[in-house]
Design a protein around this ligand. Structure first.
Ligand SMILES: [Zn+2]
Ligand SMILES: [Zn+2]
Length: 366
């Protein structure tokens, strides 16, 4: 039995090269969301995954991005069409790009980057994802009625999407110029009138703020907006990353690095601190400026992988992409429009608008 040492950020674990081999038939084992174990698709044999551990948060310094050893046992594949960079464990191959379906993927010589230290394992199986997709099609109001029945779905890919989370203890000095409006009566006789004036004053002080798990997306394939549309991810429940969870799946390589993402997180925290300071002065109704000088202490980060099922379906010769949240089954995607339904819906909207205009006319103008 050959042993290979796999180094990761913070902890080292010995992974045997046959960890992913089926004890029954020698095929490769994949992580099975249903049983939470490694499972053989051919003979059904199962093997447990390593015990679940809390993910280790790592202290962030400006050297973090260079200082840690990367994923040793994975390869990076690049799509010539959409540019997606996907990580696979070294035993795996994929025929098509999980994001756009293009073939002819090339192995990239890019360094795989930091190894994830946290993962949200798949909870939804491909079968359940398929059912979610069908349900979603059924709810598409303006889609053709036979969409659910006649859409042909290609094989789905289970992909992990990268993101960073940051914790920080922030001590902030600030100074600000705030204002309170008041009214005065000026002039006499016919010229007597009230004027609004602002009494400006300066304040300064310090605030302490603690931030936990500020999330910064690192994917180019899923924007934060799209992630929100599928209900977001419960990153609080992430567990320590183990290679077993990647078996049978792929992971998008992060497109936004650690240092770049830390700058984004600092921006989110600073905006929040500014609001916190603003709320200390409920009397002020004007803000000239708030200068903040935050010092970020004990900053920790996690590199988290979150699961999605993605593919496309074909309807009347056209392909439509979709994504299913691998944790909760929420689905988003593109759908064809039924010309007849759309026509009648537009007619209905025009009718409602006409009715409103008419009522407005009757109530206010006649
Ligand atoms: Zn087997
Ligand atoms: Zn692609």
């Amino acid at each position: 039995m050959r042993k290979e040492e796999v180094k990761d950020a913070g902890s080292a674990r010995e992974v045997e090269s046959d960890t992913f081999k089926c004890p029954g038939c020698g095929n490769f084992l994949k992580y099975d969301p249903e049983s939470g174990k490694m499972k053989c698709e051919y003979c059904g044999a199962e093997k447990p995954v390593p015990p679940v551990r809390e993910p280790m948060e790592l202290f962030y310094t400006s050297l973090s991005e260079q200082g840690f050893s990367g994923w040793g046992e994975v390869k990076c594949i690049q799509c010539p069409v959409c540019g997606a960079k996907t990580m696979l464990d070294k035993y795996q191959t994929v025929a098509v790009c999980p994001f756009c379906g293009a073939p002819n993927l090339v192995e990239s010589d890019e360094i795989p980057g930091l190894k994830p230290n946290a993962v949200l394992p798949f909870r939804i199986t491909e079968k359940t994802a398929h059912e979610s997709l069908k349900k979603w099609m059924g709810k598409k109001f303006l889609a053709p009625s036979d969409l659910k029945k006649n859409a042909k779905t290609s094989k789905m890919s289970g992909v992990y999407i990268p993101s960073w989370t940051f914790d920080s203890n922030v001590f902030t000095r600030y100074d600000a110029r705030l204002g309170k409006t008041y009214t005065v009566t000026v002039g006499t006789g016919k010229n007597r009138r009230t004027e609004t004036r602002v009494r400006w004053y300066n304040v300064s002080g310090t605030v302490n703020s603690y931030f936990d798990d500020i999330l910064v997306g690192a994917s180019t394939k899923m924007s934060q907006k799209q992630i929100n549309k599928i209900g977001g991810f419960d990153t609080k429940n992430s567990i320590q990353y183990e290679e077993e969870y990647l078996s049978g799946y792929s992971a998008e390589r992060y497109a936004h690095g650690l240092d770049e993402s830390w700058e984004v997180a600092k921006g989110i925290m600073t905006d929040n601190i500014r609001n916190q300071i603003r709320n200390l002065y409920p009397d002020a109704d004007r803000v000239d400026y708030i200068n903040v000088y935050p010092v970020f202490n004990e900053t920790k980060f996690k590199y988290v992988l979150a699961p999605i099922w993605t593919s496309s379906y074909r309807y009347k010769g056209k392909d439509y992409g979709f994504v299913v949240n691998g944790r909760n089954g929420r689905t988003v995607g593109k759908a064809p429009l039924s010309p007849i339904k759309t026509f009648f819906f537009a007619l209905f909207c025009a009718g409602v608008a006409a009715l409103l205009i008419w009522m407005f006319y009757l109530l206010f103008l006649s």
